[in-house]
Design a binder for this molecule. Structure first.
Ligand code: PLP
Length: 421
């Protein structure tokens, strides 16, 4: 079986290389000037990634002329699909008013009002240029507020390239992390909280209620409620990273799961496709940025109130993000997860899907099986992230999800006998 799988993966790579000659040449050019051939490491896959030429609705078209249904959804930033009309109209209008202005404007008040109304626990908010930056700011703010140094995080938590965590026994595996003293605890494990909260210097705990990059692993409500209780008891701030999960309900994962943090971070799709991040929370904590309230912190990013980003985010909040559309996309994701697992289970193939709502991830006990499934899906015009991640966009229809389920069914039939473990 091992030899069969190795051979099948090799053959899939060869077929892919044959059918993507322009992408192959682009990869050679890229390798000369971009280390690894890209400027976003997560986009790489073997033997080389296709280069997208354009995106339309729910689809991507590559420079070799192949079309793919886009289940990756720009790693959850693409919730609105590729052609959100209200955002495009807002951007065209913003172009005429001045793209980048070094002055305060009413737009950022409008956006802050909508965010504070929408998300529980956000009394006040500030904007950044990415989810990474939002998390860095929130953690720094928590250290400042508590006067402590230690930051609690969970295994496989991903909060940006400078706040990335892997296995419990390999805490040093991300050399680019900011040099805070981190304390790594097991995700979704109530018993692991004892050790975390034994640390008197614990300033905050940073958690994603459904770990997105970490494999679409939802935490149990019991775990989250206990984490909340312990943070309050200990005087540590609970920072909820909703950069991805805020799509799970109108008030984000916190509203859905009934646990509210002291600080919340946002990003991704809320910027309508532009670079965006935000951190906000309790008024007494955010007061650190208010000189009139005695606050001593400043946060002065040049692009924090960028006119284009503010306009796009306002269009997202006012026109695109209706409760009905949000519940549609999340219900569609729940149905897709169940149907895929049914197919894999019935065929006895060691592949399965985890997640919640529109955030889903394929997993396999043997990564070669996922590699093969990924390439065969690509060959059938279905694209998700190589590591298995999917984030449905609002342009994905039942016909698209049915195509994926049918493909998975056929794939299972074709593999039975060779990929069974
Ligand atoms: N937090 C979470 C949960 C994320 O998934 C990501 C990105 O994938 C980030 C933070 C970082 O956001 P950005 O890529 O905008 O810096």
């Amino acid at each position: 079986m091992t030899a069969d799988l190795d051979q099948a993966v090799r053959a899939a790579h060869e077929r892919y290389a044959r059918t993507h000659p322009r992408s192959a040449r682009a990869q050679q050019r890229a390798l000369a000037v971009l280390p690894g051939g890209n400027t976003r490491s997560v986009l790489h896959f073997e033997p080389f990634p296709f280069r997208a030429e354009r995106a339309e609705g729910a689809e991507l078209v590559d420079i070799d002329g192949h079309r793919y249904v886009d289940f990756c959804g720009n790693y959850s930033a693409g919730l609105l699909g590729h052609e959100p009309e209200a955002v495009r109209a807002a951007l065209r209008a913003a172009l005429d008013d001045g793209m980048a202005i070094g002055a305060t404007r009413e737009q950022e008040i409008d956006l802050a009002e909508r965010i504070c109304r929408r998300f529980p626990g956000i009394d006040q908010v500030r904007f950044t240029n990415s989810g990474t930056e939002a998390n860095l700011m929130a953690v720094g703010l928590a250290l400042h507020h508590t006067g402590r140094r230690t930051v609690g995080v969970f295994d496989h938590g991903y909060h940006g390239g400078l706040l990335a965590f892997g296995e419990l026994d390999a805490p040093e595996s991300h050399p680019l992390n900011v040099p805070h003293p981190f304390r790594l605890a097991p995700f979704d494990d109530v018993s692991g909280l004892d050790e975390l909260f034994a640390e008197p210097d614990l300033a905050c705990v940073l958690v994603e209620m459904v770990q997105g990059s970490g494999g679409c692993r939802p935490a149990s409500p019991v775990f989250l409620a206990e984490l909340r209780r312990r943070c309050t008891e200990h005087g540590a701030l609970l920072i909820v990273d909703e950069v991805m999960t805020s799509r799970l309900s109108p008030g984000g994962a916190q509203e859905l799961l009934g646990v509210v943090g002291d600080l919340t971070t946002l990003g991704k799709y809320l910027g309508g496709g532009l670079s965006f991040g935000a951190f906000g929370g309790r008024r007494d904590i955010m007061a650190a940025f208010d000189p009139a309230a005695g606050g001593r912190l400043t946060q002065a990013g040049t692009f924090n109130n960028n006119a284009m980003t503010m306009a796009a985010a306002l269009a997202v909040m006012d026109a695109e993000l209706t409760d009905a559309r949000l519940s549609d996309v999340n219900e569609r994701g729940d149905r897709l997860r169940v149907e895929l697992n049914d197919r894999f289970g019935a065929a006895g193939i060691p592949l399965w899907v985890t997640g919640l709502g529109s955030m889903l991830a394929f997993h396999s006990a043997d990564d070669r099986i996922l590699e093969l499934f990924f390439h065969d899906a690509l060959e059938h015009g279905l694209y998700f992230a190589r590591r298995g991640f999917m984030a449905l966009s609002m342009e994905i229809t039942d016909a698209h999800t049915a195509a994926l389920v049918d493909f998975a069914s056929d794939w299972c039939s074709s593999q039975t006998g060779s990929a069974r473990s």
